[in-house]
Ligand binder design. Structure first.
Ligand code: CA
Length: 228
């Protein structure tokens, strides 16, 4: 069955182009032109992934939509942003978006990102495996994580970041390596993106974010998962 992608975008021209390319790539596409409609479509269409424009007309902009959805869903979200909206982009990542694409973009890039994000979120459905380190357990098939036996909800990026480091406790990863592990090599990466994901992840798994127990900062290099 074709995977359903929800596009929330008010610019009909952009939406039509993206829809065309996604449909050609074998996806089913549904569309909403503002945040309120978008949230309604999200609830009843149950899409596999969402492409969300940040700058939407009406009461709810893209950040509001992202925030509302992240309250109870880990659906992969790719944000569309204008080049000038760097702050919004960072806030979006902070709110748990999985990736972003800067306008103007090529529709092919959108298809590639959609594939990459879906692949990351589905990969683990094929290989049942559990990764354990310290008192964190991650079920790669279910993409579920428990910390000291307590389940925590992670976004796709946070999960991938955690798994990458958990597989090799003590090994130091640069931000570039972590970007590659979570986004794929083609990602137009910003190191601050990783810092933001780590910050979000810590808020979910660390008992004290000021004194992290699991994900340790390695000064001027990057991060590592604790050996202890
Ligand atoms: Ca717009």
């Amino acid at each position: 069955m074709a995977k359903k992608i929800l596009i929330i975008e008010d610019e009909a021209k952009i939406m039509r182009t993206v829809r065309l390319y996604l449909e050609q790539a074998g996806y089913e596409v549904v569309w909403a032109s503002d945040g309120t409609q978008g949230l309604a479509a999200f609830r009843h269409e149950k899409p596999a992934l969402m492409i969300l424009d940040l700058n939407l007309p009406g009461d709810r902009d893209g950040l509001d939509v992202c925030r509302a959805i992240r309250r109870d869903s880990n659906i992969p979200i790719i944000m569309l942003t204008a080049r000038t909206e760097e702050t919004d982009r960072l806030i979006g990542l902070e709110l748990g978006a999985d990736d972003y694409i800067t306008k103007p973009f090529s529709p092919r890039e959108v298809v590639a990102r959609v594939r990459a994000v879906l692949r990351r979120t589905e990969q683990s459905e094929i290989t049942p495996e559990v990764v354990e380190a310290a008192d964190i357990q991650a079920d790669l098939q279910r993409r579920s994580v428990t910390v000291a036996g307590v389940p925590v909800e992670l976004t796709a990026n946070e999960f991938d970041l955690l798994i990458t480091m958990m597989r090799h406790p003590g090994r130091v990863y640069t931000r570039a390596q972590l970007l590659e592990a979570t986004q794929g090599a083609s990602y137009e990466g910003y190191e601050r993106t990783i810092d933001q994901h780590v910050k979000n992840l810590r808020q979910k798994i660390e008992p004290d974010t000021r004194d992290p127990r699991y994900i340790l900062t390695v000064r001027s290099i990057g991060y590592k998962f604790t050996e202890g």
